[in-house]
Design a binder for this molecule. Structure first.
Ligand SMILES: *[C@@H]1O[C@H](CO)[C@@H](O)[C@H](O)[C@H]1NC(C)=O
Ligand SMILES: *[C@@H]1O[C@H](CO)[C@@H](O)[C@H](O)[C@H]1NC(C)=O
Ligand SMILES: *[C@@H]1O[C@H](CO)[C@@H](O)[C@H](O)[C@H]1NC(C)=O
Ligand SMILES: *[C@@H]1O[C@H](CO)[C@@H](O)[C@H](O)[C@H]1NC(C)=O
Ligand SMILES: *[C@@H]1O[C@H](CO)[C@@H](O)[C@H](O)[C@H]1NC(C)=O
Ligand SMILES: *[C@@H]1O[C@H](CO)[C@@H](O)[C@H](O)[C@H]1NC(C)=O
Ligand SMILES: *[C@@H]1O[C@H](CO)[C@@H](O)[C@H](O)[C@H]1NC(C)=O
Length: 255
């Protein structure tokens, strides 16, 4: 290849790359137009990194943050369990969740039957995280201060919950119980002693996520989204990497 055709080749290659970027960004912009915050009817306004497959393109949020509306209630799935999204705080990146089964009026004894785990999720525990420990089908009753699970107990099978398992009676052995389960709650100054376990669990627990600060994009008039795992800011008819505006960094397309 001589010098002239080499530079011509370079120029057409550049044009090709630019064109494909522009076309890709434009189709994204069209798709992203509906990335508006949504609300299931009850609960918080939901926006990036949360999104709903029912009304939006996956690009409107991050894959593990998908929320579905059941009737009017926003539901987030975590390791196959359904959680009601009670609140979302986009300033400190935290979400308040409660097990949805607790709100099922047909279930008169919605006790947690497996340990809660955040592993494999994009979430971490909030600062107000505490735990409630459930003990099921114990052959003896523990006399310490605790929450009775009368709906899961009878004369021979005792079930109860404790905030601090170290407060079990000195000679009490967990081996007396058929199952133990730990579930997250919010550490607040409520009168837990007067509350039954469903009331405590219905308060929910908060989880936080690490994420790109979306507020710069929103303040500049854009909507946040993600493309191939990269944060994008959707501005009118342009997609940018940081925020909207002429001098925002790394525009994906420029017309
Ligand atoms: C949701 O957003 C709308 C429109 O911005 C606002 O009027 C409303 O108060 C918000 N609702 C909640 C629960 O934050
Ligand atoms: C929950 O975790 C505790 C402690 O790791 C374990 O002893 C218990 O068997 C677990 N419960 C269930 C139902 O798997
Ligand atoms: C985030 O802020 C809200 C409201 O100020 C607060 O209730 C919540 O505990 C905070 N969450 C975390 C994880 O700091
Ligand atoms: C308690 O015992 C009953 C009967 O043996 C069983 O069906 C139930 O699953 C047990 N509960 C737990 C939490 O293990
Ligand atoms: C729970 O049940 C035990 C045994 O029946 C009883 O001694 C205790 O007072 C009860 N605790 C509460 C908080 O109701
Ligand atoms: C108590 O409950 C357990 C498990 O739910 C059941 O297997 C057992 O037969 C019950 N015992 C009595 C006396 O009702
Ligand atoms: C818990 O308390 C609430 C309100 O007092 C009551 O409606 C509910 O039936 C109780 N649930 C259980 C499992 O005791």
């Amino acid at each position: 290849m001589d010098h002239k055709s080499l530079s011509r080749y370079k120029v057409s290659l550049m044009i090709l790359i630019l064109t494909s970027l522009v076309i890709r960004a434009q189709s994204v912009t069209q798709k992203f137009t509906p990335c508006l915050p949504f609300n299931c009817g009850n609960g918080p306004n939901i926006s990036y990194p949360f999104w709903t497959p029912q009304k939006q393109e996956p690009y409107c949020g991050s894959p593990q943050f998908s929320i579905t509306c059941h009737d009017k209630t926003p539901i987030l799935k975590l390791s196959d369990d359904d959680y009601i999204v009670k609140d979302i705080n986009y300033v400190n990146n935290s979400v308040l969740l409660a097990v949805s089964e607790l709100f099922n009026d047909k279930n008169s004894c919605p006790t947690p039957l497996h340990n809660f785990s955040i592993s494999g999720s994009p979430f971490d525990y909030g600062l107000d995280f505490a735990e409630l420990h459930f003990f099921y089908n114990c052959s003896f009753n523990d006399e310490s201060a605790r929450i009775n699970l009368s709906c899961a107990s009878n004369r021979s099978h005792h079930s109860f919950a404790l905030f601090h398992p170290e407060f079990l009676q000195k000679d009490y052995s967990v081996d007396l119980c058929q199952a133990t389960v730990t579930t997250p709650i919010t550490a607040v100054d409520l009168d837990f002693v007067k509350m039954n376990y469903t009331e405590i669990l219905k308060n929910g627990f908060s989880l936080k996520w690490n994420g790109v600060d979306c507020s710069k994009c929103v303040k500049s008039g854009g909507r946040c989204g993600s493309l191939d795992d990269n944060f994008i800011c959707i501005c009118n008819d342009q997609v940018r990497s940081g925020k909207c505006g002429k001098f925002s960094y790394y525009p994906l397309n420029d017309s």
